[in-house]
Design a protein around this ligand. Structure first.
Ligand code: IMP
Ligand code: MG
Length: 172
């Protein structure tokens, strides 16, 4: 792997997250919101977004793992850490770090619908649209990015780089 380059710097990230927060506040005026943070990658984004949204925000955490060959559109998502509380009747936003094939969110959306939230939306920090294999359209997207493997700001390469305050990629 080559040098780690900056794709989205800290200032740009935080400014855009502020814009996403404004949109959410407009759409959820006067309402409590439940953020479902998809661990581990969405941890930093969830916290920064929640600090900028002035509504009362409740937190839930889910951890899933995806297995599957990236060249084959089959693959399985398994639950590693489930919801700890009911989300029935709540206005829920799934907070995701990145949408790639859409497999993870396609599974999660169906799974969470069964829990009868009042509403269910998807907010993603990053979207690699050209990689999509499943029918997933996020309601809030901070950045559309090209098909590059990115790390930082929650995203990992074998559990490393998650705490970088920016999103980077490896120049090849
Ligand atoms: P999907 O299920 O194919 O949409 O993949 C989503 C998951 O794959 C994300 O939650 C990440 O954990 C991982 N992922 C996809 N692309 C990247 C990347 O560029 N860097 C780090 N993780 C990624
Ligand atoms: Mg990951």
């Amino acid at each position: 792997m080559g040098d780690l380059k900056v794709l989205i710097d800290e200032e740009t990230l935080q400014a855009k997250i502020g814009e996403v927060a404004e949109r959410i506040m407009k759409d959820y005026e006067g309402k409590d919101i439940t953020f479902i943070c998809i661990l581990k990658g969405s941890a930093l984004f969830t916290v920064d977004l929640a600090k900028k949204v002035k509504n009362n925000v409740k937190f839930e955490f889910i951890r899933v793992s995806s297995y599957g060959d990236s060249t084959v559109s089959s693959g399985k998502v398994t639950m590693k850490l489930d919801l700890q509380d009911s989300i029935e009747g709540e206005d829920v936003i799934i907070i995701e770090d990145i949408i790639d094939t859409g497999r993870t969110l396609s599974y999660l959306r169906d799974y969470l619908k069964e829990k009868n939230p009042a509403s269910l939306r998807i907010c993603t920090l990053l979207d690699k649209k050209e990689r999509r294999e499943f029918d997933i359209e996020p309601d809030y997207t901070a950045f559309n990015i090209p098909d590059k493997f990115v790390v930082g700001y929650g995203l990992d390469d074998k559990e490393n780089y998650r705490n970088l305050p920016y999103v980077g990629y490896f120049d090849v």
